[in-house]
Design a protein around this ligand. Structure first.
Ligand code: PPS
Length: 304
């Protein structure tokens, strides 16, 4: 009876956005992949000090950093996890697609999430565990996302970039509005044990960013181990490594006949897609708030 009542109460707070997404507690989720009850339960999800959470707005370098974390913790001592795919090594907190018992995973547990700061477990908000937030310039995020919408089976197909851009600007995508996501996390920096990384900086100098991650996590690696991670986390190597490029994802989720998850992996590709008018419209909404962020984004690989 109580469970039934809870189900009904939770369902009341659930607002369908389209056939593919619903909004709950102000945040957009994939329809059919998570329930309001599960989202509610995350608040009390017990955090261990050894937990590591990778937080991103979609298309900001999640899979890349998942792979780096996985290489730091598993490479060389994989202990039978050689054939485990990334999504199982650094699983999604809010989308338990492999149906694992997160509570009983051995430490250190690695998780990924796109959640906003206010929906993560309260243990994290109280400073337990460690968080790595990776951000990418939002114009490249937009273009990457546009292509992703067309390879994922779970989201609406939108061929017209202009229409997709409006959806992105209205926050009607997973992750909601880019500025809200990053502002929320950066404003709450002091509540969390958090390291901020930029995709463009990783692209410019991956090695020093891997060192930064290791220092933050308190992991000591040899020079050879570092070189190996930098090599295995390169775009070219990841593109052909089925363990780390999501190519083994079930066709129920991704349709690889429409494109690749690791598409271009560069900085400034937005210039090949956005028109002058689209760029101006984007800036008119983003510029002022972007300038107040504590990050300096790079918009073109030629600026390196
Ligand atoms: S998701 O769906 O949110 O998990 O996507 P996410 O992994 O955050 O972002 C996908 C983009 O990251 C690029 N990527 C990389 N870039 C550089 N080097 C490496 N190793 C790498 N791995 C993934 C990937 O290509 C997507 O960007 P685009 O611009 O579409 O190529």
């Amino acid at each position: 009876m109580t469970t039934q009542r809870n189900t009904v109460t939770a369902a009341l707070g659930m607002e369908p956005l389209d056939k593919y997404m619903f909004k709950y507690k102000g945040f957009n989720f994939l329809q059919g992949s998570v329930t309001p009850e599960y989202i509610d339960s995350l608040e009390d999800f017990k955090i261990r000090d050894s937990d590591i959470f990778l937080v991103t707005f979609p298309k900001s370098g999640t899979i890349w950093t998942q792979n780096i974390l996985s290489l730091i913790y598993h490479e060389g001592h994989r202990n039978g996890t050689e054939n485990t795919v990334l999504i199982d090594r650094v699983p999604w907190l809010e989308y338990n697609v492999c149906n694992r018992d997160y509570g009983n995973r051995p430490s250190p547990r690695l998780f990924s999430t796109h959640l906003p700061y206010y929906l993560v477990p309260k243990g994290l908000k109280n400073g337990a565990g460690k968080i790595i937030y990776v951000a990418r310039n939002p114009k490249d995020v937009l273009v990457s996302y546009y292509h992703f919408f067309n390879i994922t089976v779970k989201l609406e197909k939108i061929e017209d970039f202009d229409i997709f851009m409006e959806k992105f600007l209205a926050g009607k995508v997973l992750g909601n509005f880019w500025l809200d996501h990053i502002e929320g996390w950066s404003a709450k920096e002091n509540n969390f044990n958090i390291l901020f990384l930029l995709y463009e900086e990783m692209k410019k100098d991956l090695r020093s960013n891997v060192v930064k991650i290791c220092n933050f996590l308190g992991v000591t690696l040899t020079e050879e181990e570092l070189d190996d991670i930098v090599d295995k986390a390169s775009f070219d190597k990841m593109s052909v490594d089925p363990r780390s490029n999501y190519s083994s994802m079930h066709p129920e989720f991704l349709d690889f006949s429409k494109g690749r998850f690791l598409r271009k992996g560069t900085v400034g590709d937005w210039k090949n897609t956005m028109t002058v008018a689209q760029n101006e419209r984007f800036d008119s909404i983003f510029k002022e708030r972007m300038e107040k962020l504590p990050f300096k984004f790079c918009w073109d690989i030629n600026e390196f």
